[in-house]
Every structure is written in C-alpha cells, then in structure tokens.
Design a protein around this ligand. Structure first.
Ligand code: AKG
Length: 275
C-alpha cells in the first residue's frame, strides 16, 4: 500500500518546510533502487556531478537518472511518491521534476553546503518539493540532512554554487539572488532540525527550505541518498539566470505549465479517482 501522510505530517511540512516520514519505501523498491545506484556508479549518464572528495572517500552525484535506468524510472512513476506529493500540495496533478543521487562513500568528509533548491531550478510556484530516501542507516556521523526550520517561508533566493570542487557544473549569477550566509559558522543562530534515518525512511521537504548535510565520517557505512522531486498545479517553467542548464528544455517557454517530455505528468487526481 502506498504511504499516506497523516494530517500532523502535512502540518509539520507546511510549518517547518521538512518532515521525516518513517518506513515509506519497502524492501523491494529499496533493492531495485540500490541495484540501479550501482549501475549508475559503474556507468554514469551525462549529468553526473561528482566532486573531489576531501577525505579518503568518494562522492557520486547524478541527476535525471530516471531517463537512464528503468528501475529509477519505475520508482519515480510508481512508488507512490507522486501521490504523496499531491497529498502535501492538495494538488490535482503532479509532474516529475527530476531525480538525483547523492552517494557519500565511507570517509567522504565533505559537507553538503547549505543551500535552497528552487534557485537552481527553472520552475516557479510554491508546489515544488523533494523526497530524500535513505538507503543506509543515516546519522550525524555519516551525513544526515539538516534543515533550517521554517526557512521555506523566508522567500529568500540564494545564489546557486557547485557542491564541491568540480568542473562539471557552473551557474550564472543572478542579481536578484543573495549570497548564502555562513550558517555553519553560526549554527547557534539558526533553528536547525535533523533526524536519524533507517533505510526506507524519507524526508519530505519544500524546494525553498534551506538545507545541507554532514560529511560521511564513518569508515564502515555508506550514505546513499536518492531524491525525487515533484511539482504541483501552480508550477511554471521559468529560466531565471542561475538555474541549472541540464534542467532546461526547448519544448517549454517561460510561463508554460511543466508538462513535457522532460517533466512528465506522473499523477492526476481524476485518473486516480477513476481507477
Ligand atoms: O544528500 C545530500 O547530501 C544533499 C541532498 C540535497 O541537497 C537534496 O536532495 O536536495
């Protein structure tokens, strides 16, 4: 049975910008995703955005992997997360925005820098969210996610920067964006929330929520995270400066609804009701 959010979880998402959902993804999906991750590491697609690891480890990042692998695709379309997004938004239609891998092998001490996501993405609207799936037990020692509670309501657009030393991605400056403050140096000034996770747990979070993650300081545990991102009724294509070029498509003009080959509709309330 697909996971259904309870009203308290939806209220926490709306108030805090992020909420932990326990036991969303069962072992069968996890096995399929885990195998697909190994295939992607062995043979990454064109949007791989690995960066130089600071420690002994290795980081593997990649996006739009659903287009390369049938199991990622099946997960994005059929794991129940699209319907869950519709629940969080109260939306009648859900588009897949894209999916992304964040694998920190043991000893990858790089932090994931503090950022919010939507400035990176050619989409405007409030109904934009992500589901980060833990494939490993995830704690403060191996790089759990952290969020600044309520930051999705700040309406502050922070300039995108690459996640690490990399030559694969760069972002144009947007004069309307601001520089991310050094949250790490002043953690006590922020209301930071984080959760330990078990495999199958998911964090649901808003695209404007400021978040980051620790490094993987463990020598014996991987930290495999797989994020899928969806949009709802109010999302419109919007190619502001600073947005990621691999997320652009000639099929859409600014202001268009997202519906396209790159951003397929994956759930409709009327179709679900008729089924
Ligand atoms: O897994 C990480 O380190 C970062 C994840 C993230 O930033 C995201 O899913 O938006």
């Amino acid at each position: 049975m697909p996971y259904r959010a309870i009203p308290q979880e939806i209220e926490a998402f709306e108030a805090d910008g992020a909420v932990l959902l326990k036991g969303v993804i069962g072992p069968e999906w996890r096995e399929r995703v885990a195998a697909a991750i190994e295939r992607d590491i062995a043979n990454p697609g064109p949007f791989c955005h690995s960066y130089e690891a600071e420690g002994e480890g290795r980081f593997h990042g990649n996006l739009r992997v659903w287009q390369n692998d049938p199991d990622f695709r099946a997960y994005c379309f059929g794991s129940g997360l699209a319907e869950l997004a519709a629940q969080f938004f109260g939306a009648s239609k859900i588009n897949l925005l894209y999916d992304q891998l964040f694998v920190k092998e043991p000893g990858t001490v790089n932090r994931t820098r503090w950022h919010n996501d939507q400035p990176y993405w050619p989409v405007r609207g409030r109904q934009v969210m992500s589901f980060w799936l833990a494939l490993d037990p995830t704690t403060a020692e191996n790089g759990r996610l952290e969020f600044v509670r309520g930051s999705h309501l700040w309406d502050r657009w922070f300039q995108p920067e690459p996640f690490g030393k990399t030559v694969t991605r760069s972002y144009d400056d947007n004069p309307d964006y601001e520089t991310m403050p050094d949250i790490e140096a002043a953690r006590g000034n922020y209301d930071i929330v984080a959760w330990d996770m078990e495999p199958g747990d998911v964090i649901a979070f808003h695209a404007m929520a400021v978040h980051g993650a620790g490094g993987n300081l463990r020598s014996d545990v991987r930290r495999r995270g797989y994020t899928v991102r969806y949009t709802g009724d109010d999302a419109r294509y919007d190619t502001r400066p600073g947005t990621a070029k691999p997320l652009m498509t000639d099929a859409l003009g600014d202001g268009d609804p997202m519906d396209s080959g790159l951003y397929p509709v994956v759930w409709r309330r009327d179709a679900a009701a008729a089924a």
